[in-house]
Ligand binder design. Structure first.
Ligand code: TTP
Ligand code: CA
Length: 359
């Protein structure tokens, strides 16, 4: 029996802007790029949401819906700072913290409960501490599994606290629309609804073979979650400080073309990881090992943050060329990036990409 919390800041970017600028308190605030620059809404304060403004909406649409909305540009450094603050409050309660993004995390508080405190009390306490120390509200879901805690935290936003007690899982899930289920994105939801499957209870009651035929393993997984069965553990993760890839050659080489080719391939791998993690970095690092096992790194910090394979490959390539002299031959090459700024552009389906585990 486990006790899991899912904690999520309310209107994260917008609330931080209201916190730092009291003239924005109680007002409709949208964070994101300008309408002229074809920006989109990253975060909308709850005051702005009353006008129908939502995340991922073009800024132009948001300003039409709510002309009095105040637009503010995003300040990722500040959001990261607040994020580090909240994660350290979480880690004060339990070391078992799994951040999902800057503004949300799972906490496994089973040991805290075993020590005699009840989950609702733990969650209320946590909310109070975050409010007191950071001046911001979080919504918290309390349940016996991650997937249900996550759904619960979203039930009573903002400043919500929703507890799904042991034994109540299926009843809690039953009436909810399928789109609430972990891993059911817009496309899967559309297909299910076309087949008349609209609520989580509908999925729970589906013939397993029928689901499997249409959705493969994902179908069986959806049904398990719909039945309230989820024993996926809270995976402790630290903030990513650098991303890198390296390769050791079958035979040492000093051939500039071959080495550049490898640098390009490694850059592609690093770029893929950066994109998945929504990171971009300013410091590009090249790692080299010579035939005699001497290992060293060369790095340069760029005036702007990069994420693409082309940019990485170019910077790492320049570092490489400076090392190609004499009869040097190399056994290993690595490419890495650090000095992160969160990338402004989120993938098309950010909600989907935040969950791993489903194809
Ligand atoms: P969310 O938790 O999805 O949104 P939110 O915190 O603004 O609002 P809610 O009260 O509903 O939780 O995302 C967290 C932050 O991530 C959000 O403040 C801004 C950023 N974000 C984007 O930049 N683009 C997006 O499309 C989404 C959904 C979020
Ligand atoms: Ca949030």
């Amino acid at each position: 029996m486990r006790h899991i919390l899912h904690a999520d800041f309310d209107a994260f970017y917008a609330s931080v802007e209201q916190l730092d600028n009291p003239t924005l308190h109680g007002k409709p605030v949208v964070v994101g790029g300008s309408a002229e620059g074809r920006g989109v809404v990253a975060s909308a304060s709850y005051e702005a949401r009353e006008f129908g403004v939502r995340s991922a909406m073009p800024m132009r649409t948001a300003q039409r819906m709510c002309p009095q909305a105040i637009r503010v540009g995003a300040r990722f450094d500040r959001y990261r700072e607040i994020s580090q603050g909240v994660m350290s409050i979480f880690r004060d309660l339990t070391p078992l913290v799994e951040p999902l993004s800057l503004d949300e995390a799972y906490l496994d508080v089973t040991a805290v409960v075993d020590n005699g405190r009840q989950p609702p009390e733990i969650a209320a306490d946590l909310k109070r501490r975050v409010k007191y120390e950071l001046g911001l509200t979080i919504s918290v879901g309390v349940a016996t599994s991650k997937s249900i805690a996550k759904i619960a935290s979203d039930m009573d936003k903002p400043d919500g606290l929703t507890v799904v007690a042991l034994g109540e899982e299926r009843a809690f899930l039953a009436p909810l629309p399928i789109s609430k289920l972990w891993g059911v994105g817009p496309k899967t939801a559309e297909r299910l609804i076309a087949e008349g499957v609209e609520t989580i209870a509908d999925i729970a009651g589906c013939d397993e073979e029928w689901l499997r035929e249409r959705f493969g393993r994902h179908g069986a997984q959806m049904q398990r979650l719909a039945l309230g069965q989820d024993d996926s553990p809270v995976v402790v993760r630290r903030e990513t400080k650098s991303v890198s890839a390296e390769t050791t050659f079958a035979r040492d080489t000093g051939d500039p073309d071959e080495l550049q080719e490898v640098v390009s391939r490694l850059s592609q791998r690093v770029a893929n990881q950066l994109r998945r993690k929504q990171l971009q970095g300013r410091t590009v690092k090249l790692k080299l090992r010579l035939s005699d096992f001497t290992t060293f790194t060369r790095q340069r910090t760029l005036p702007y943050a990069v994420q693409s394979a082309e940019d990485l490959s170019q910077s790492a390539g320049e570092l490489l060329r400076a090392e190609l002299y004499g009869r040097r031959r190399f056994r290993l090459v690595g490419v890495g990036v650090s000095g992160f700024e969160q990338s402004e552009e989120l993938p098309e389906e950010p909600r989907q990409l935040r969950f791993s585990g489903f194809g």
